[in-house]
Design a protein around this ligand. Structure first.
Ligand code: TA6
Length: 296
């Protein structure tokens, strides 16, 4: 599916329309600042393209749009846990129906807010009261904020990520700086490792960097551009590229799809459900990621 082939449903404003694919509502933003698309199912940003630039966010040509599945690409919202420490993998937020709460726009930015709160369905998976808000601030840059509030009477723990997939011209010509030295290698049974030098995207990578810099930079030589990723409210940055063998085993990814993507994720990592970030009643935690193109 190409993001431009969506069925038109209604205009919400001159720049925002509601479209659909397989009964899945998608907000399409077409402004003089940028072009973007956000699926209400999953609260999942699918596209972000500043005016006059190439797409920044990667979306798989073979992405599957069905209620039970997370879309391959974009920015999946992994919450209330990260990875396979619970079921479903990466939590339920990315496969839940989010509500459009409101939108605002002016010459500087378009701001779209989505909401998700505890329901019978979420409590069947995770027995806690919560309210979550996703805010997308779209301009020449993209800022995504996941704010989660404990609306119940007992504290709970969570982990999660804004699992951004970035569009790059060619993985082997791409490097990443600012991830830091220390990482947990998910491909080596969670061994603690230390890296030296820039991170090159030339093999299967699945790492939890535990002390990243304030700004992580993707050096995308093929596109002659550098992408800056600034995360807050996180305790780690996960970097992932499945490489060839794993891509071939994925139904929702082209065999060579790995060549044009890399994930850099604003992550609150935990080894298990019991060791996540504690949120007391009425407390709110914000996890953000801000993505922009650096000047040459
Ligand atoms: O963030 C990296 C990771 O947790 C990898 O281990 C890899 O499996 C990836 O996410 C994708 O997970 P998904 O459930 O979307 O297939």
């Amino acid at each position: 599916m190409l993001i431009n082939d969506l069925n038109f449903e209604e205009s919400l404003s001159p720049t925002i329309s509601r479209r659909s694919i397989n009964n899945r509502s998608i907000l399409k933003i077409q402004s003089s600042l940028c072009e973007a698309a956000i699926s209400l199912h999953g609260g999942h940003l699918l596209q972000f393209k500043p005016a006059g630039e190439k797409d920044i966010i990667w979306l798989s040509n073979k992405a599957i749009y069905s209620p039970e599945k997370a879309i391959r690409g974009g920015i999946p919202v992994c919450w209330p846990w990260f990875g396979t420490i619970g079921s479903p993998s990466h939590g339920f937020a990315r496969i839940s129906p989010w509500q459009l709460m409101n939108w605002q726009e002016n010459e500087e930015a378009i701001v779209i807010k989505l909401g998700l709160s505890a329901s019978e369905q979420t409590k069947a998976i995770w027995p806690h009261e919560f309210s979550a808000t996703l805010t997308f601030r779209l301009s020449a840059s993209l800022k995504t904020t996941l704010a989660v509030t404990n609306t119940g009477a007992i504290p709970w723990r969570w982990s999660g990520a804004l699992h951004s997939y970035f569009q790059i011209a060619e993985a082997t010509e791409t490097s990443i700086t600012g991830a830091g030295k220390d990482y947990i290698d998910s491909l080596q049974s969670g061994n603690k490792c230390e890296s030296t030098g820039d991170l090159l995207i030339n093999q299967s990578i699945d790492r939890v960097y535990t002390a990243p810099d304030e700004s992580i930079v993707i050096h995308d030589k093929g596109n002659q551009r550098r992408l800056s990723i600034r995360n807050t409210g996180s305790n780690a940055a996960v970097i992932w590229n499945p490489w060839d063998e794993i891509s071939k085993g994925m139904a929702d990814m082209d065999d060579d799809g790995y060549k044009r993507m890399v994930c850099v994720e604003s992550t609150n990592f935990a080894d298990n459900l019991e060791s996540g970030t504690l949120l007391s009643p009425e407390e709110t935690h914000q996890l953000t990621t801000e993505i922009s193109i650096l000047p040459q």
